[in-house]
Design a protein. Structure first.
Length: 94
């Protein structure tokens, strides 16, 4: 199975942030891109987020020492859920 490096895992959220900037600018102006092709970019953003989620937990489970692995997994799970909740609240105002 493919296992991305830590650098690639950091590039994927940067890609999501860039796409967010594009979506925000497009929503504010309405002139950048307005057709069904934008859905492909939405799918790319979702796939990047899912890849970081899955491979981040995979990296934690393989790279952390046995003594701290359970705490690391629990902390990452709670942090991911908090981030998703904050993003959901932010989406109501953007």
């Amino acid at each position: 199975m493919f296992t991305p490096s830590l650098a690639v895992l950091w590039l994927l959220p940067a890609l999501q942030l860039g796409l967010f900037g594009f979506f925000f600018a497009d929503a504010m102006t309405g002139t950048l891109w307005y057709d069904d092709g934008v859905l492909c970019l939405c799918c790319a953003a979702g796939l990047a987020g899912g890849a970081v989620y899955v491979h981040g937990f995979k990296l934690i489970s393989s790279a952390m020492p046995t003594e701290t692995r359970e705490l690391a997994m629990a902390s990452a799970s709670v942090s991911a859920d908090i981030g998703i909740g904050l993003a959901s609240v932010a989406s109501l105002f953007i």
